[in-house]
Design a protein around this ligand. Sequence first.
Ligand code: SF4
Length: 312
Amino acid sequence: MPRDDCVTPPSLNAQEQVVGAGERVWRAQTRDGHVIELVDATRPPERALRRVFGLSVLVGCPVKCTMCDAGGGYLGKLEAGELFEQLDFLVETTGGRDVPELRVELTRMGEPAFNPEVLTFLRGLPGRYPWARVEALVSSVGPARCEAFFEELLEVKAAHFPSGGLTAQLSMHTTDEQVRRTVVPIKCWGFDAMAAWGERFARAGGPKVVLHFPVAQHLPIDASALAQRFSPEWFAVKLSPITPTEAASRAGLFTADALALDALAQALTERGFQVVRTETPAEQADACGRFFSAPPQLGTPRRTLRPHHERD
Ligand code: SF4
């Protein structure tokens, strides 16, 4: 199919903010004037082969994780068309038509499980850019009362990503459930519920579910406790230095030193986990929790604003 027929022209009102080597972040305005951010997080060595994009799924975020600059100021959900507008913009602006692989990470701003439009977006994703293999990652804190979303995500995976192109990532932060409640201050699934759902997701054709630990001092991570709840057969671990946000700094959450990270990676590997480490600024550019624009301000709520656990 001629590529010119595949993607609508970019219609997003976006302004680029160059953040650092390998990072390109755009501050964009939705048609009703709300501020979101989107990012090209492709690492320079892989630019010939693929693009890695991070999209926003909400305006603001009601979760208010302790380390997050985007938390608060929640004004509503983005619609599936607005997610595609972000993606089309990034594909067109960053040379995404010239690579055989596109990876879309729903990590930039907002908890995906609070937005059912994410499911509509994922259903339309595989056929949207027919010249490329398209992969997606849904990163969630695992909010309670979103069971319908997670059940439907299993269906979307089976129907639209049968070859394993859809990855689920659970933001863990710590293996201490009590401490986690202070970092992610909403009612979430307990670890047993996360393990049960994650195993179902991974069993349905892989890949493994990623347990993401943005590692910080004072947030305990016990490799042995993790292995007791989450089987390395179905779960991999991603370790990142905690994103150096303003909120993290205010909360006294600073990244653990490199030696501690090495020791943790070693302990997890010994328990059978596949461990992925992200360490460069570009690899953190798509991290949920970063927000380079001014903090979300009180503004006009979107018509998509609903209590987060209600379905549209
Ligand atoms: S880290 Fe993600 S889920 Fe938590 S408040 Fe920020 S945008 Fe929301």
